[in-house]
Design a binder for this molecule. Structure first.
Ligand code: ATP
Ligand code: MG
Length: 326
């Protein structure tokens, strides 16, 4: 791991620093191939030994910090590639994609969703944010509210938090579990193991139905979170983003990281991988997120539906009629 290891990080990021022209000259397939390689650095699938500490919070290349313009330009190219792929996904109308964002507060979920999806046709995309469940939701199994927002074929669904909260905040604060109206005998020490197995099976079921799942963990450091909290407190326009409970959750940092490590180990699969995205640099994180989504869309082998010869002939006829109009 590590972006600066011998400067070889997949020949992608460092080369952008020096050679943005080369990136611009790539055709879309070449660009996607590079994006796939970048995404693979942070991709976790079937790793029973997965350790969070093996993954960095930083892009590991200081030059990034000051290269906001390059990052912005690169993200724009990535967003354009995503927009083209989404168009194909929609026309192909067989696969669907669910993108899940999970992170500690202030890790940049909202910004990543806003920037990465900025070029995507809103008709082919739905974003759903999951907060603490309301009374009606608590009257159902925990997947119920999420199922209602799963993407249709041809579309991208984005979950800003998700059913993974059921093995995160609910695990860290077990009193929440007790308020979930579950029968007493179902609350036992193996409940987390059972939930992780159910989630894994649920995602396998989605995969078997043509819905791929991309799970993004924005891996921000505790130090960077403190910096962002202070910024939210000190900037009047950002005050609304800060709530006292954010500070309370920060005190459980270690418990959250343990829960993340465990769930990634248990639920990262080939068709529903996790991406552990270094999130201390927002610009870099957004590029990696775009690359991860491109990676998944590319694996679907999307193409525009083939038009039959009769249809081509019919279109030609219509064309002639239109041209013949006064
Ligand atoms: P922001 O970056 O704006 O703070 P957010 O996703 O943290 O975005 P909030 O309204 O601050 O949004 O928080 C939502 C809260 O809902 C989180 O603390 C999350 O842990 C909690 N939550 C989500 N799902 C569940 C759940 N199933 N049970 C209990 N709490 C949940
Ligand atoms: Mg919050």
């Amino acid at each position: 791991m590590g972006l600066s290891s011998g400067g070889i990080i997949i020949n992608f990021i460092p080369s952008i620093m020096t050679n943005m022209k080369e990136i611009k000259g790539l055709n879309s397939q070449e660009f996607i191939t590079r994006a796939r390689k970048l995404a693979e650095t942070y991709r976790v699938a079937n790793d029973k030994e997965f350790r969070l500490k093996d993954y960095s919070h930083e892009a590991d290349d200081d030059s990034w910090i000051d290269k906001k313009d390059h990052a912005q330009e690169l993200l724009e190219i990535g967003v354009e590639a995503l927009s083209e792929m989404q168009d194909k996904l929609y026309a192909h109308d067989k696969w669907g994609l669910l993108v899940i964002f999970q992170a500690m507060d202030a890790a940049g979920k909202d910004g990543a969703i806003k920037h990465v999806m900025s070029g995507v046709n809103p008709q082919g995309c739905e974003v759903t944010a999951f907060k603490a469940p309301n009374a009606e939701e608590l009257d159902h199994d925990y997947l119920w509210r999420c199922m209602k927002h799963l993407p249709e074929r041809g579309r991208i669904g984005i979950f800003n938090r998700s059913y993974y909260e059921e093995v995160l905040v609910v695990r860290v604060h077990e009193e929440i579990l007790r308020s979930q109206k579950l029968p007493e005998e179902l609350i036992h020490e193996d409940i987390w193991k059972a939930r992780l197995k159910d989630i894994r099976n649920f995602e396998a079921y989605l995969n078997n139905n043509g819905i791929l799942v991309v799970k993004i963990f924005l891996h921000v450091s505790k130090k960077e979170q403190k910096k962002r909290f202070l910024e939210r407190i000190e900037t009047p326009e950002k005050n609304w983003k800060f709530s006292k409970s954010d500070l309370a959750e920060r005190k459980f940092w270690k418990e959250y990281m343990d829960a993340y490590e465990h769930l990634i180990r248990k639920t990262a699969t080939e068709k529903s991988p996790w991406y552990v995205v270094p999130a201390d640099n927002k610009h870099y994180a957004r590029i990696v997120v775009a690359a991860a989504i491109l990676h998944s869309l590319d694996s679907m082998g999307l193409s525009y539906p083939k038009v039959t010869e009769e249809k081509v002939a019919e279109l030609q006829l219509i064309k002639q009629q239109l041209l013949a109009e006064e």
